[in-house]
Design a protein around this ligand. Structure first.
Ligand SMILES: O=C1O[C@H](COP(=O)(O)O)[C@@H](O)[C@H](O)[C@H]1O
Length: 247
């Protein structure tokens, strides 16, 4: 077990997933970036290309900045988002704009970026275009990094969301779902559960004591719609999930 003052990875759960605890957010960012870069480099060496699906919000910024500095063959990497708020990239709420600012810089600027947002009033207006865009992506993804809100949402799987059942249906063949929820702000679009868990390396990146408590609550029995991150935690590939946490 890692003691205070160490950065050693600590598995605190006897059951999967594995919880990797770091002393600081910077340590976490460096470790997660190194791990993700290694998986992407391995994919490029094996298949010539790699796909990375990332989350929005504020938590990933430091991790993105460390990852962007890694010297992998970024021109062979496709970067996409797991979800998006339906706002143009001029909005400070845009997940795509955050990815461009913090990840697609330096060596990573040569990655191919596949965003969700299309200039239309609502995601439903461009549903077919988005469907085809994401159906064309090679599966499984190589790396998917999820975030989580203190309400137990991940991607845009929100409590009380109108299309939550469709989004977390493990058998859906739809790659994306428009979604609205009381806590979500603007309309959203999200990858569906099968795309999110169909990945070679699945990570959940959370920071702060509050989110650790939410994660621990989500690991307990209870309804998925109350804490939709449970859809991921209970998915068949959950044994592949690595949780990265720092205070
Ligand atoms: O709205 C969103 O929130 C979650 C969590 O964001 P954070 O700011 O608490 O890190 C994020 O994972 C998701 O991609 C985003 O759309």
């Amino acid at each position: 077990m890692a003691g205070p003052g160490t950065n050693r990875i600590e598995a605190v759960l006897t059951q999967s997933p594995t919880l990797h605890r770091y002393d600081s957010r910077e340590d976490l960012a460096e470790a997660l970036a190194a791990g993700v870069a290694a998986v992407l480099a391995g994919a490029i060496a094996t298949r010539g290309v790699a796909t990375l699906a990332v989350s929005g919000g504020s938590t990933p910024k430091r991790f993105f900045e460390r990852l962007a500095e890694t010297e992998i063959d970024w021109a062979s990497v496709t970067v996409t988002l797991v979800d998006e708020r339906w706002v143009p990239e001029t909005s400070e709420r845009s997940n795509a704009a955050m990815v461009r600012r913090h990840l697609l810089t330096g060596p990573a600027a040569s990655a191919h970026f596949l965003p969700f947002y299309i200039d239309a009033p609502a995601p439903e207006d461009v549903a077919e275009e988005l469907r085809l865009r994401f159906l064309r992506l090679a599966r499984p993804f190589d790396v998917t990094v999820l975030g989580m809100g203190t309400d137990g949402h991940t991607a845009s799987f929100f409590p009380q969301a109108d299309n939550l059942a469709a989004a977390i249906d493990p058998d859906t063949r739809e790659p994306v779902t428009p979604i609205r929820a009381p806590g979500a702000g603007e309309p959203r679009i999200t990858l569906t559960l099968p795309l999110i868990v169909d990945t070679r390396f699945l990570a959940l990146h959370i920071e702060g004591e509050e989110k650790l408590a939410v994660y621990e609550a989500a690991m307990q029995p209870g309804p998925v719609d109350a804490m939709p991150v449970r859809a991921v935690l209970r998915a068949p590939r959950v044994e592949k999930l690595a949780v990265f946490w720092a205070p």
